[in-house]
Ligand binder design. Structure first.
Ligand code: ATP
Length: 522
Protein backbone atom coordinates (compact mmCIF):
# COMPACT_ATOMS: atom_id res chain seq x y z
CA UNK A 1 0.00 0.00 0.00
CA UNK A 2 2.98 2.35 0.27
CA UNK A 3 3.62 4.38 -2.88
CA UNK A 4 6.98 3.59 -4.60
CA UNK A 5 8.33 7.15 -4.17
CA UNK A 6 7.88 6.92 -0.41
CA UNK A 7 9.35 3.43 -0.38
CA UNK A 8 12.40 4.55 -2.30
CA UNK A 9 12.83 7.54 -0.02
CA UNK A 10 12.87 5.32 3.08
CA UNK A 11 15.06 2.76 1.36
CA UNK A 12 17.82 5.25 0.55
CA UNK A 13 17.50 7.07 3.86
CA UNK A 14 17.66 3.83 5.76
CA UNK A 15 20.58 2.63 3.70
CA UNK A 16 22.66 5.75 4.31
CA UNK A 17 21.66 5.80 7.98
CA UNK A 18 22.69 2.20 8.27
CA UNK A 19 25.96 2.86 6.46
CA UNK A 20 26.74 5.80 8.74
CA UNK A 21 25.96 3.71 11.79
CA UNK A 22 28.10 0.90 10.48
CA UNK A 23 30.99 3.26 9.72
CA UNK A 24 30.76 4.84 13.17
CA UNK A 25 31.37 1.46 14.75
CA UNK A 26 33.83 0.22 12.12
CA UNK A 27 37.46 0.83 13.10
CA UNK A 28 38.77 0.02 9.63
CA UNK A 29 38.95 1.91 6.41
CA UNK A 30 39.15 0.38 2.93
CA UNK A 31 40.68 1.49 -0.34
CA UNK A 32 40.69 -0.09 -3.74
CA UNK A 33 43.25 -0.20 -6.50
CA UNK A 34 41.79 -1.29 -9.85
CA UNK A 35 43.79 -2.62 -12.73
CA UNK A 36 42.00 -0.49 -15.31
CA UNK A 37 41.70 3.23 -15.46
CA UNK A 38 38.60 4.43 -17.23
CA UNK A 39 39.39 6.02 -20.56
CA UNK A 40 43.00 4.88 -20.58
CA UNK A 41 44.27 1.76 -22.27
CA UNK A 42 47.55 1.92 -20.40
CA UNK A 43 46.03 0.68 -17.18
CA UNK A 44 46.74 1.65 -13.63
CA UNK A 45 50.45 1.78 -12.81
CA UNK A 46 49.64 1.73 -9.09
CA UNK A 47 47.96 -1.65 -9.55
CA UNK A 48 51.14 -3.04 -11.11
CA UNK A 49 53.22 -1.50 -8.32
CA UNK A 50 51.06 -3.12 -5.64
CA UNK A 51 51.14 -6.46 -7.46
CA UNK A 52 54.93 -6.34 -7.71
CA UNK A 53 55.34 -5.21 -4.12
CA UNK A 54 53.09 -7.91 -2.66
CA UNK A 55 54.90 -10.58 -4.62
CA UNK A 56 58.10 -9.60 -2.82
CA UNK A 57 56.67 -9.92 0.69
CA UNK A 58 58.04 -12.92 2.52
CA UNK A 59 54.64 -13.66 3.98
CA UNK A 60 53.30 -14.56 0.57
CA UNK A 61 55.14 -17.87 0.82
CA UNK A 62 53.24 -18.67 4.00
CA UNK A 63 49.87 -18.56 2.22
CA UNK A 64 48.29 -21.89 1.46
CA UNK A 65 47.65 -20.87 -2.12
CA UNK A 66 50.01 -18.86 -4.22
CA UNK A 67 50.48 -18.35 -7.93
CA UNK A 68 53.92 -18.73 -9.45
CA UNK A 69 54.89 -16.93 -12.63
CA UNK A 70 57.88 -15.78 -14.66
CA UNK A 71 57.84 -13.33 -17.55
CA UNK A 72 60.07 -13.74 -20.57
CA UNK A 73 62.37 -10.80 -19.77
CA UNK A 74 62.68 -11.60 -16.08
CA UNK A 75 65.33 -13.67 -14.39
CA UNK A 76 63.40 -14.92 -11.37
CA UNK A 77 59.99 -16.38 -10.55
CA UNK A 78 57.40 -14.28 -8.75
CA UNK A 79 54.63 -15.26 -6.38
CA UNK A 80 51.20 -13.71 -6.41
CA UNK A 81 47.92 -14.03 -4.52
CA UNK A 82 45.01 -16.08 -5.82
CA UNK A 83 41.57 -14.38 -5.76
CA UNK A 84 40.11 -13.47 -2.38
CA UNK A 85 43.34 -14.31 -0.55
CA UNK A 86 44.52 -11.77 1.99
CA UNK A 87 48.06 -10.90 3.00
CA UNK A 88 49.17 -8.81 5.95
CA UNK A 89 51.92 -6.19 5.84
CA UNK A 90 53.55 -3.95 8.45
CA UNK A 91 54.55 -0.36 7.89
CA UNK A 92 55.72 2.25 10.43
CA UNK A 93 54.49 0.03 13.24
CA UNK A 94 50.98 -0.38 11.79
CA UNK A 95 49.34 -3.42 10.28
CA UNK A 96 47.58 -3.34 6.90
CA UNK A 97 45.84 -6.06 4.88
CA UNK A 98 45.71 -6.50 1.13
CA UNK A 99 43.12 -8.71 -0.60
CA UNK A 100 43.16 -9.66 -4.25
CA UNK A 101 39.83 -9.65 -6.15
CA UNK A 102 39.10 -10.96 -9.58
CA UNK A 103 35.64 -10.94 -11.20
CA UNK A 104 34.44 -12.07 -14.60
CA UNK A 105 32.98 -9.18 -16.57
CA UNK A 106 29.44 -10.17 -17.57
CA UNK A 107 28.82 -7.21 -19.79
CA UNK A 108 31.13 -7.18 -22.82
CA UNK A 109 30.86 -3.36 -23.07
CA UNK A 110 32.72 -3.22 -19.76
CA UNK A 111 35.70 -5.05 -21.17
CA UNK A 112 38.72 -2.86 -21.04
CA UNK A 113 41.43 -3.44 -23.60
CA UNK A 114 45.17 -3.30 -23.89
CA UNK A 115 47.68 -3.54 -26.75
CA UNK A 116 49.64 -6.75 -26.94
CA UNK A 117 53.31 -6.88 -28.01
CA UNK A 118 52.30 -7.22 -31.69
CA UNK A 119 50.19 -4.10 -31.47
CA UNK A 120 46.85 -5.95 -31.45
CA UNK A 121 43.97 -4.89 -29.28
CA UNK A 122 43.23 -7.46 -26.53
CA UNK A 123 40.27 -7.41 -24.15
CA UNK A 124 40.35 -8.03 -20.43
CA UNK A 125 37.52 -10.36 -19.63
CA UNK A 126 38.25 -10.07 -15.96
CA UNK A 127 38.13 -7.12 -13.68
CA UNK A 128 41.01 -7.26 -11.20
CA UNK A 129 41.68 -5.16 -8.13
CA UNK A 130 43.35 -5.07 -4.74
CA UNK A 131 41.65 -3.78 -1.65
CA UNK A 132 43.63 -2.29 1.18
CA UNK A 133 42.35 -2.39 4.75
CA UNK A 134 43.90 -0.45 7.60
CA UNK A 135 42.92 1.07 10.91
CA UNK A 136 41.06 4.32 10.44
CA UNK A 137 43.31 5.87 13.09
CA UNK A 138 46.43 5.01 11.07
CA UNK A 139 45.21 6.22 7.73
CA UNK A 140 46.31 9.83 7.85
CA UNK A 141 49.70 9.01 9.31
CA UNK A 142 50.80 6.19 7.03
CA UNK A 143 48.84 6.20 3.79
CA UNK A 144 51.03 8.61 1.80
CA UNK A 145 54.42 7.28 2.91
CA UNK A 146 53.14 3.72 2.56
CA UNK A 147 52.07 4.20 -1.07
CA UNK A 148 55.36 5.97 -1.80
CA UNK A 149 57.20 3.07 -0.22
CA UNK A 150 55.33 0.65 -2.49
CA UNK A 151 56.18 2.67 -5.61
CA UNK A 152 59.89 2.79 -4.73
CA UNK A 153 60.03 -0.89 -3.82
CA UNK A 154 58.30 -1.93 -7.03
CA UNK A 155 60.67 0.17 -9.15
CA UNK A 156 63.60 -1.45 -7.42
CA UNK A 157 62.16 -4.94 -7.88
CA UNK A 158 61.49 -4.31 -11.53
CA UNK A 159 65.11 -3.34 -11.98
CA UNK A 160 66.48 -6.34 -10.13
CA UNK A 161 64.23 -8.74 -12.06
CA UNK A 162 65.34 -7.36 -15.39
CA UNK A 163 68.62 -8.50 -16.84
CA UNK A 164 71.14 -5.66 -16.79
CA UNK A 165 72.78 -4.68 -20.04
CA UNK A 166 76.25 -3.84 -21.24
CA UNK A 167 75.94 -1.55 -24.25
CA UNK A 168 78.54 -0.47 -26.78
CA UNK A 169 78.13 2.18 -29.44
CA UNK A 170 77.79 1.43 -33.11
CA UNK A 171 77.34 4.69 -35.06
CA UNK A 172 74.04 6.14 -33.80
CA UNK A 173 72.89 2.98 -32.00
CA UNK A 174 73.81 0.97 -28.94
CA UNK A 175 74.47 -2.76 -29.20
CA UNK A 176 73.36 -4.59 -26.07
CA UNK A 177 74.57 -7.77 -24.43
CA UNK A 178 73.72 -9.17 -21.00
CA UNK A 179 75.90 -7.85 -18.21
CA UNK A 180 77.09 -10.73 -16.06
CA UNK A 181 80.33 -9.42 -14.55
CA UNK A 182 80.85 -11.06 -11.14
CA UNK A 183 82.88 -8.25 -9.57
CA UNK A 184 81.45 -6.88 -6.31
CA UNK A 185 82.69 -4.68 -3.49
CA UNK A 186 83.43 -7.89 -1.55
CA UNK A 187 85.65 -9.31 -4.26
CA UNK A 188 87.50 -6.14 -5.14
CA UNK A 189 90.68 -5.32 -3.26
CA UNK A 190 90.64 -1.72 -2.09
CA UNK A 191 91.73 -0.07 1.09
CA UNK A 192 88.81 -0.27 3.56
CA UNK A 193 88.53 3.53 3.81
CA UNK A 194 88.34 3.99 0.07
CA UNK A 195 85.79 1.20 -0.26
CA UNK A 196 83.62 2.76 2.44
CA UNK A 197 83.88 6.20 0.83
CA UNK A 198 82.82 4.91 -2.59
CA UNK A 199 79.94 2.81 -1.28
CA UNK A 200 78.65 5.68 0.85
CA UNK A 201 78.86 8.07 -2.08
CA UNK A 202 76.99 5.65 -4.34
CA UNK A 203 74.26 5.02 -1.77
CA UNK A 204 73.78 8.72 -1.19
CA UNK A 205 73.56 9.28 -4.91
CA UNK A 206 71.03 6.50 -5.38
CA UNK A 207 68.62 7.93 -2.81
CA UNK A 208 69.37 11.52 -3.75
CA UNK A 209 66.64 12.33 -6.26
CA UNK A 210 64.79 14.78 -4.02
CA UNK A 211 68.01 16.36 -2.82
CA UNK A 212 69.47 16.90 -6.30
CA UNK A 213 66.22 18.41 -7.51
CA UNK A 214 65.84 20.63 -4.48
CA UNK A 215 69.27 22.17 -5.06
CA UNK A 216 68.65 22.58 -8.79
CA UNK A 217 71.18 20.06 -10.06
CA UNK A 218 70.84 17.30 -12.60
CA UNK A 219 70.72 13.95 -10.84
CA UNK A 220 74.07 12.69 -12.04
CA UNK A 221 77.54 12.06 -10.70
CA UNK A 222 81.00 11.84 -12.23
CA UNK A 223 83.90 9.64 -11.16
CA UNK A 224 87.42 9.70 -12.47
CA UNK A 225 89.29 6.44 -11.90
CA UNK A 226 92.99 6.80 -12.44
CA UNK A 227 96.08 4.75 -11.79
CA UNK A 228 98.46 2.31 -13.44
CA UNK A 229 97.15 -0.53 -15.61
CA UNK A 230 95.90 -3.62 -13.78
CA UNK A 231 94.89 -1.88 -10.57
CA UNK A 232 91.18 -2.64 -10.87
CA UNK A 233 89.56 0.28 -12.68
CA UNK A 234 87.39 -1.88 -14.90
CA UNK A 235 86.63 -4.26 -12.02
CA UNK A 236 85.52 -1.30 -9.91
CA UNK A 237 83.13 -0.13 -12.64
CA UNK A 238 81.56 -3.60 -12.74
CA UNK A 239 81.31 -3.64 -8.93
CA UNK A 240 79.57 -0.24 -9.01
CA UNK A 241 77.10 -1.48 -11.65
CA UNK A 242 76.36 -4.58 -9.58
CA UNK A 243 75.98 -2.55 -6.41
CA UNK A 244 73.55 -0.07 -7.94
CA UNK A 245 71.95 -2.51 -10.35
CA UNK A 246 72.58 -0.15 -13.28
CA UNK A 247 73.26 -0.80 -16.96
CA UNK A 248 76.68 0.07 -18.37
CA UNK A 249 77.14 2.09 -21.56
CA UNK A 250 80.71 1.60 -22.67
CA UNK A 251 81.29 4.60 -24.94
CA UNK A 252 84.08 4.08 -27.47
CA UNK A 253 84.86 7.69 -28.33
CA UNK A 254 87.25 6.85 -31.15
CA UNK A 255 84.40 5.43 -33.19
CA UNK A 256 82.12 8.44 -32.66
CA UNK A 257 82.32 10.61 -35.75
CA UNK A 258 81.40 14.01 -34.32
CA UNK A 259 79.54 15.91 -31.62
CA UNK A 260 76.17 15.30 -33.28
CA UNK A 261 76.69 11.58 -33.16
CA UNK A 262 77.84 11.83 -29.56
CA UNK A 263 74.71 13.80 -28.68
CA UNK A 264 72.50 11.28 -30.41
CA UNK A 265 74.14 8.38 -28.59
CA UNK A 266 74.02 9.96 -25.16
CA UNK A 267 70.38 10.97 -25.46
CA UNK A 268 69.59 7.31 -26.19
CA UNK A 269 70.91 6.09 -22.86
CA UNK A 270 68.40 4.99 -20.25
CA UNK A 271 68.02 6.09 -16.67
CA UNK A 272 69.93 4.18 -14.02
CA UNK A 273 72.97 3.75 -16.13
CA UNK A 274 76.71 4.20 -15.95
CA UNK A 275 78.35 5.84 -18.95
CA UNK A 276 81.95 4.74 -19.15
CA UNK A 277 84.75 6.18 -21.23
CA UNK A 278 87.82 4.05 -20.65
CA UNK A 279 91.32 5.41 -21.16
CA UNK A 280 89.93 8.82 -21.99
CA UNK A 281 93.38 10.24 -22.66
CA UNK A 282 93.89 7.64 -25.40
CA UNK A 283 90.40 8.08 -26.86
CA UNK A 284 90.81 11.77 -27.52
CA UNK A 285 93.40 14.42 -26.99
CA UNK A 286 91.70 16.18 -24.14
CA UNK A 287 94.64 18.11 -22.86
CA UNK A 288 93.58 21.50 -24.11
CA UNK A 289 90.18 22.94 -24.85
CA UNK A 290 91.20 26.18 -26.45
CA UNK A 291 94.02 25.27 -28.75
CA UNK A 292 95.35 22.24 -30.43
CA UNK A 293 98.83 22.02 -31.75
CA UNK A 294 98.00 19.30 -34.22
CA UNK A 295 94.51 20.21 -35.32
CA UNK A 296 92.72 23.28 -36.56
CA UNK A 297 89.41 24.76 -35.50
CA UNK A 298 86.44 23.00 -37.09
CA UNK A 299 83.06 24.30 -38.18
CA UNK A 300 81.83 24.53 -34.56
CA UNK A 301 84.71 26.75 -33.70
CA UNK A 302 86.02 23.89 -31.61
CA UNK A 303 89.21 22.09 -32.15
CA UNK A 304 89.43 18.72 -33.81
CA UNK A 305 90.98 16.27 -31.45
CA UNK A 306 93.20 14.44 -33.81
CA UNK A 307 95.98 12.41 -32.34
CA UNK A 308 97.19 9.03 -33.48
CA UNK A 309 94.45 6.58 -34.32
CA UNK A 310 91.60 9.02 -33.62
CA UNK A 311 92.49 11.52 -36.29
CA UNK A 312 89.12 11.05 -37.97
CA UNK A 313 87.07 11.80 -34.85
CA UNK A 314 85.63 15.29 -34.77
CA UNK A 315 84.33 15.00 -31.22
CA UNK A 316 85.50 17.93 -29.19
CA UNK A 317 86.14 18.32 -25.53
CA UNK A 318 83.40 20.98 -25.42
CA UNK A 319 80.98 18.46 -26.92
CA UNK A 320 81.80 16.01 -24.20
CA UNK A 321 81.67 18.60 -21.42
CA UNK A 322 78.20 19.63 -22.56
CA UNK A 323 76.97 16.23 -21.52
CA UNK A 324 78.85 15.93 -18.29
CA UNK A 325 77.85 19.31 -16.95
CA UNK A 326 76.18 21.42 -19.61
CA UNK A 327 72.63 21.88 -20.79
CA UNK A 328 72.46 18.33 -22.08
CA UNK A 329 73.50 16.79 -18.79
CA UNK A 330 69.90 16.76 -17.57
CA UNK A 331 68.74 14.54 -20.47
CA UNK A 332 68.19 11.20 -18.81
CA UNK A 333 68.59 11.34 -15.09
CA UNK A 334 70.15 9.06 -12.53
CA UNK A 335 73.30 8.55 -14.49
CA UNK A 336 76.90 8.18 -13.48
CA UNK A 337 79.75 9.18 -15.76
CA UNK A 338 82.96 7.25 -15.19
CA UNK A 339 86.15 8.15 -17.00
CA UNK A 340 89.29 6.09 -16.56
CA UNK A 341 92.85 6.97 -17.36
CA UNK A 342 96.36 5.82 -16.62
CA UNK A 343 97.56 9.41 -16.93
CA UNK A 344 95.51 11.92 -15.04
CA UNK A 345 97.99 14.67 -15.81
CA UNK A 346 97.11 14.54 -19.50
CA UNK A 347 93.53 15.63 -18.91
CA UNK A 348 92.25 19.15 -19.20
CA UNK A 349 91.50 20.65 -15.76
CA UNK A 350 88.09 21.65 -17.15
CA UNK A 351 87.20 17.98 -17.33
CA UNK A 352 88.39 17.29 -13.82
CA UNK A 353 86.61 19.99 -11.91
CA UNK A 354 83.82 19.24 -9.42
CA UNK A 355 80.43 18.94 -11.00
CA UNK A 356 82.00 17.03 -13.85
CA UNK A 357 84.27 14.60 -12.09
CA UNK A 358 83.00 14.79 -8.53
CA UNK A 359 85.20 12.07 -7.11
CA UNK A 360 88.77 11.34 -8.21
CA UNK A 361 89.65 7.81 -7.22
CA UNK A 362 93.26 6.70 -7.34
CA UNK A 363 93.65 2.97 -7.83
CA UNK A 364 97.23 2.19 -7.14
CA UNK A 365 99.58 -0.68 -6.47
CA UNK A 366 98.61 -3.48 -4.14
CA UNK A 367 98.69 -2.57 -0.47
CA UNK A 368 98.75 -5.13 2.30
CA UNK A 369 95.08 -4.72 3.33
CA UNK A 370 94.14 -5.12 -0.36
CA UNK A 371 96.39 -8.17 -0.61
CA UNK A 372 94.60 -9.73 2.39
CA UNK A 373 91.26 -9.31 0.61
CA UNK A 374 92.66 -11.01 -2.50
CA UNK A 375 94.24 -13.85 -0.49
CA UNK A 376 90.96 -14.40 1.37
CA UNK A 377 89.01 -14.48 -1.91
CA UNK A 378 91.39 -16.56 -3.99
CA UNK A 379 92.99 -18.85 -1.37
CA UNK A 380 90.49 -18.75 1.46
CA UNK A 381 93.17 -17.77 4.00
CA UNK A 382 92.83 -14.91 6.45
CA UNK A 383 96.09 -15.26 8.40
CA UNK A 384 99.39 -16.92 7.58
CA UNK A 385 102.91 -17.10 8.98
CA UNK A 386 104.26 -15.42 5.82
CA UNK A 387 101.94 -12.42 6.12
CA UNK A 388 104.31 -10.20 8.15
CA UNK A 389 107.05 -10.76 5.54
CA UNK A 390 104.64 -9.97 2.70
CA UNK A 391 103.50 -6.83 4.53
CA UNK A 392 107.08 -5.64 4.93
CA UNK A 393 107.93 -6.36 1.31
CA UNK A 394 104.85 -4.47 0.10
CA UNK A 395 106.03 -1.30 1.77
CA UNK A 396 109.04 -1.18 -0.53
CA UNK A 397 107.92 -2.83 -3.76
CA UNK A 398 105.12 -2.19 -6.13
CA UNK A 399 103.07 -4.90 -7.76
CA UNK A 400 99.62 -4.41 -9.22
CA UNK A 401 96.58 -6.27 -7.88
CA UNK A 402 96.32 -7.89 -11.34
CA UNK A 403 99.80 -9.40 -10.92
CA UNK A 404 98.93 -10.65 -7.42
CA UNK A 405 95.63 -12.11 -8.66
CA UNK A 406 97.43 -13.98 -11.43
CA UNK A 407 99.90 -15.53 -8.98
CA UNK A 408 97.22 -16.50 -6.48
CA UNK A 409 95.04 -17.99 -9.20
CA UNK A 410 97.73 -20.12 -10.77
CA UNK A 411 98.92 -21.43 -7.40
CA UNK A 412 95.60 -21.69 -5.63
CA UNK A 413 96.08 -25.38 -4.80
CA UNK A 414 98.90 -24.61 -2.33
CA UNK A 415 98.74 -21.54 -0.11
CA UNK A 416 102.42 -21.71 0.84
CA UNK A 417 103.58 -21.82 -2.79
CA UNK A 418 101.18 -19.00 -3.77
CA UNK A 419 102.50 -16.71 -1.03
CA UNK A 420 106.09 -17.55 -1.88
CA UNK A 421 105.43 -16.64 -5.52
CA UNK A 422 103.98 -13.31 -4.40
CA UNK A 423 107.10 -12.74 -2.27
CA UNK A 424 109.30 -13.57 -5.26
CA UNK A 425 107.35 -11.11 -7.44
CA UNK A 426 107.75 -8.40 -4.82
CA UNK A 427 111.45 -9.12 -4.63
CA UNK A 428 111.76 -8.94 -8.40
CA UNK A 429 109.81 -5.67 -8.51
CA UNK A 430 112.05 -4.19 -5.85
CA UNK A 431 115.18 -5.15 -7.79
CA UNK A 432 113.91 -3.82 -11.11
CA UNK A 433 112.81 -0.59 -9.45
CA UNK A 434 116.47 0.20 -8.86
CA UNK A 435 116.66 0.94 -12.58
CA UNK A 436 113.62 3.16 -12.51
CA UNK A 437 112.55 6.30 -10.90
CA UNK A 438 109.26 8.06 -10.60
CA UNK A 439 108.81 11.72 -11.01
CA UNK A 440 105.63 13.46 -10.07
CA UNK A 441 105.34 16.81 -11.74
CA UNK A 442 103.87 19.93 -10.33
CA UNK A 443 104.61 23.56 -10.15
CA UNK A 444 103.54 25.93 -7.43
CA UNK A 445 101.09 27.62 -9.78
CA UNK A 446 99.49 24.34 -10.90
CA UNK A 447 98.53 22.88 -7.58
CA UNK A 448 97.95 23.78 -3.98
CA UNK A 449 99.35 20.90 -2.06
CA UNK A 450 101.62 17.94 -2.38
CA UNK A 451 98.68 15.55 -2.62
CA UNK A 452 97.67 17.24 -5.86
CA UNK A 453 100.80 16.04 -7.59
CA UNK A 454 99.60 15.56 -11.09
CA UNK A 455 100.80 12.01 -11.50
CA UNK A 456 103.81 9.83 -11.65
CA UNK A 457 105.55 8.99 -14.85
CA UNK A 458 107.61 5.85 -14.80
CA UNK A 459 110.59 5.58 -17.09
CA UNK A 460 113.99 4.08 -17.33
CA UNK A 461 116.76 6.36 -16.18
CA UNK A 462 118.92 5.41 -19.12
CA UNK A 463 116.24 6.88 -21.40
CA UNK A 464 116.54 10.34 -19.95
CA UNK A 465 118.14 12.77 -22.29
CA UNK A 466 119.24 15.57 -20.07
CA UNK A 467 119.67 18.90 -21.89
CA UNK A 468 123.28 19.85 -22.45
CA UNK A 469 123.14 22.56 -19.84
CA UNK A 470 121.60 20.22 -17.27
CA UNK A 471 123.03 17.48 -15.20
CA UNK A 472 121.71 14.25 -13.83
CA UNK A 473 122.87 14.66 -10.29
CA UNK A 474 121.33 11.84 -8.34
CA UNK A 475 119.05 8.93 -8.85
CA UNK A 476 118.23 5.73 -7.09
CA UNK A 477 115.31 3.40 -6.64
CA UNK A 478 113.52 5.61 -4.12
CA UNK A 479 114.33 9.16 -4.81
CA UNK A 480 113.73 11.30 -7.84
CA UNK A 481 116.02 12.43 -10.55
CA UNK A 482 117.73 15.39 -9.09
CA UNK A 483 118.98 17.65 -11.80
CA UNK A 484 119.61 21.27 -12.51
CA UNK A 485 118.80 22.73 -15.87
CA UNK A 486 120.23 26.10 -16.77
CA UNK A 487 119.12 26.37 -20.37
CA UNK A 488 117.19 29.51 -21.22
CA UNK A 489 114.04 27.79 -22.30
CA UNK A 490 113.75 24.82 -20.03
CA UNK A 491 115.34 25.90 -16.88
CA UNK A 492 114.05 23.63 -14.17
CA UNK A 493 115.00 22.42 -10.76
CA UNK A 494 114.09 18.98 -9.61
CA UNK A 495 114.31 18.08 -5.99
CA UNK A 496 113.25 15.09 -3.99
CA UNK A 497 111.08 15.46 -0.92
CA UNK A 498 110.67 13.45 2.24
CA UNK A 499 107.25 12.29 1.16
CA UNK A 500 106.97 8.83 -0.42
CA UNK A 501 106.62 10.32 -3.90
CA UNK A 502 109.25 12.59 -5.29
CA UNK A 503 108.48 15.76 -7.09
CA UNK A 504 110.05 18.42 -9.13
CA UNK A 505 109.69 22.15 -9.28
CA UNK A 506 110.18 23.89 -12.52
CA UNK A 507 109.79 27.20 -14.19
CA UNK A 508 108.46 25.69 -17.40
CA UNK A 509 106.29 22.81 -16.21
CA UNK A 510 104.63 22.22 -19.55
CA UNK A 511 107.91 21.75 -21.35
CA UNK A 512 109.19 19.31 -18.79
CA UNK A 513 105.88 17.53 -18.65
CA UNK A 514 105.96 17.00 -22.39
CA UNK A 515 109.52 15.72 -22.20
CA UNK A 516 108.66 13.30 -19.41
CA UNK A 517 105.56 12.09 -21.17
CA UNK A 518 107.57 11.32 -24.25
CA UNK A 519 109.98 9.35 -22.11
CA UNK A 520 107.12 7.64 -20.30
CA UNK A 521 105.54 6.62 -23.58
CA UNK A 522 108.74 5.37 -25.15
N1 ATP B 1 91.73 -4.08 -6.94
C1 ATP B 1 91.47 -5.29 -7.48
N2 ATP B 1 90.73 -6.19 -6.81
C2 ATP B 1 90.48 -7.39 -7.35
N3 ATP B 1 90.94 -7.79 -8.53
C3 ATP B 1 91.71 -6.95 -9.23
C4 ATP B 1 92.00 -5.66 -8.74
N4 ATP B 1 92.77 -5.05 -9.64
C5 ATP B 1 92.93 -5.89 -10.65
N5 ATP B 1 92.30 -7.04 -10.41
C6 ATP B 1 92.29 -8.22 -11.30
O1 ATP B 1 93.11 -7.92 -12.41
C7 ATP B 1 92.40 -8.01 -13.63
C8 ATP B 1 92.62 -6.74 -14.42
O2 ATP B 1 92.04 -5.65 -13.70
P1 ATP B 1 91.26 -4.45 -14.40
O3 ATP B 1 90.98 -4.77 -15.83
O4 ATP B 1 90.10 -4.11 -13.55
O5 ATP B 1 92.38 -3.34 -14.30
P2 ATP B 1 92.39 -1.91 -14.97
O6 ATP B 1 92.94 -0.98 -13.93
O7 ATP B 1 91.07 -1.58 -15.54
O8 ATP B 1 93.46 -2.09 -16.11
P3 ATP B 1 93.64 -1.18 -17.44
O9 ATP B 1 94.01 0.20 -16.99
O10 ATP B 1 94.75 -1.87 -18.15
O11 ATP B 1 92.33 -1.25 -18.17
C9 ATP B 1 90.94 -8.20 -13.29
O12 ATP B 1 90.41 -9.26 -14.01
C10 ATP B 1 90.91 -8.53 -11.82
O13 ATP B 1 90.73 -9.91 -11.65
Amino acid sequence: FIPPQVRRFFDTQLETCFERLFRAFNRYTHMEVHEDVQGSFRGNQMYRDVEMYLSSLERINESDFVRIQRCEEETSVTFSLPPEETIEDNFMGSRVWWTYHCQQNQDSSQHSFFWDHRGRREYNKESRSFSLKMLRADKERIIKPYLQHIICASKELERSNTQRKLCTNDKYEWDEVELNHPSTFDSIALSPDLKELIVRDLDEFKCGETYYHSVGRAWKRGYLLYGPPGTGKSSLIAAIANHLNYDIYDLELTSVADNTQLKSLLTRTRRKSIIVIEDIDCSLDLSNRSKNEEGSPNADGNVNMGVGEHKNSRVTLSGLLNFTDGLWSCCGEERIFIFTTNHKERLDPALLRSGRMDLHILLSYCTFPAFKVLAANYLGVHEHALYPTVEKAMQHSKVTPAEVVELLLTNKSCVQVALERVMAALDEASRSRKNYTQVGIFSASDVDSYTDVVSAVKFNLSDIKVPASSELEHADGKSAVVANGHGNTNRFEVSNGDAPNTYCRMKKPKKLRRLLMKLGRS
